[in-house]
Write a protein that binds this ligand. Structure first.
Ligand SMILES: [Zn+2]
Length: 290
């Protein structure tokens, strides 16, 4: 790791050279080794702004694009959109807590169909006005069940679920319900690599305790990699849905997404998700609960 750290701090500038490709199945150590070998050959390109320089930030390698300021998780989300979502002028997107430059990227590709949503109007109104985009002010705990079914080609929420002070499972199922058959649900939240799931909904818990126990003053829960199969994995089939399952080491690396990154999920809703076909799936349970 020492070598990687040294290199990432000096190799922030993009280089024009052929990208070495490898689609060979690879475990985490193997990906780390591949990354180490290929770091100097990769051409860096931010999938959001086209920038070619990524710098370390908040203790993470190559975390920020120096040009659009995007974080690794936002660039990884943009890679998924670029590779797997065919956006047209008619596409409909619902983007929660929209990251500014990613919002621009999405809005420019689907015009009127791009909508943003958040619990706070003040925070996103200026961006919505600038992009000419709709802004829905939503409290996911109360309003998710009222959103229209099978409507969006793409629903995106990065680092939202850890803030939602109610049953996150229901919220995620509701957000999946509003994805069109054939559409995609793209989301991320912090996952503690060596930890287990914990939650604290009591609003009396202090900001200090939340920061210490949950990573930030306004987080109500934390997820752990150790029991992810029994939390998120109990709601959706998440096998094969992460960035490392869908991109080569070099595809990720060229976007400044290093091999330590692994908390973004891309779920495709089946094209014919009729009530009959999904009797035992989440859609039916959501319908029954709504
Ligand atoms: Zn960028």
């Amino acid at each position: 790791m020492g070598t990687m750290k040294e290199r990432s701090s000096v190799l922030q500038k993009g280089r024009r050279a052929p990208v070495a490709r490898s689609a060979t199945p690879c475990n985490p150590q193997c990906r780390e080794d591949q990354q180490e070998r290929n770091l100097e050959m990769v051409t860096f390109r931010c999938p959001i702004c086209g920038g070619s320089e990524f710098v370390d930030d908040v203790g993470r390698k190559m975390e920020r694009c120096t040009s659009c300021r995007s974080l690794k998780r936002t660039r990884a989300a943009a890679l998924f959109v670029e590779k797997f979502v065919k956006l047209t002028k008619k596409s409909k997107i619902l983007h929660f807590a929209p990251e500014e430059r990613f919002a621009e990227y999405l809005a420019s590709r689907c015009q009127d169909g791009y909508e943003m949503a958040d619990v706070s109007r003040d925070r996103y109104q200026p961006l919505a006005e600038r992009l000419g985009a709709k802004l829905a002010v939503l409290d996911l705990c109360k309003d998710a069940k009222g959103l229209p079914s099978d409507t969006y080609d793409l629903v995106i929420h990065n680092h939202v679920i850890e803030h939602v002070p109610c049953n996150w499972t229901i919220v995620l199922q509701q957000l999946h319900r509003i994805v069109k058959p054939g559409g995609a649900h793209l989301f991320s939240f912090p996952i503690y690599a060596k930890g287990y799931y914990r939650e604290e909904l009591d609003p009396a818990v202090s900001k200090d305790v939340r920061t210490k126990e949950y990573g930030r003053w306004n987080h109500v829960r934390r997820f752990g990699r150790k029991d992810l199969d029994r939390t998120l994995g109990a709601v959706f089939n998440i096998e094969g849905t992460e960035a490392r399952d869908n991109f080569t080491v070099d595809e990720l690396l060229s976007a400044g997404v290093t091999s330590d990154f692994q908390n973004l999920f891309f779920l495709r809703k089946p094209k014919k998700a009729t009530a009959k076909a999904s009797k035992s799936g989440p859609k039916t349970r959501v319908a029954a609960a709504a």
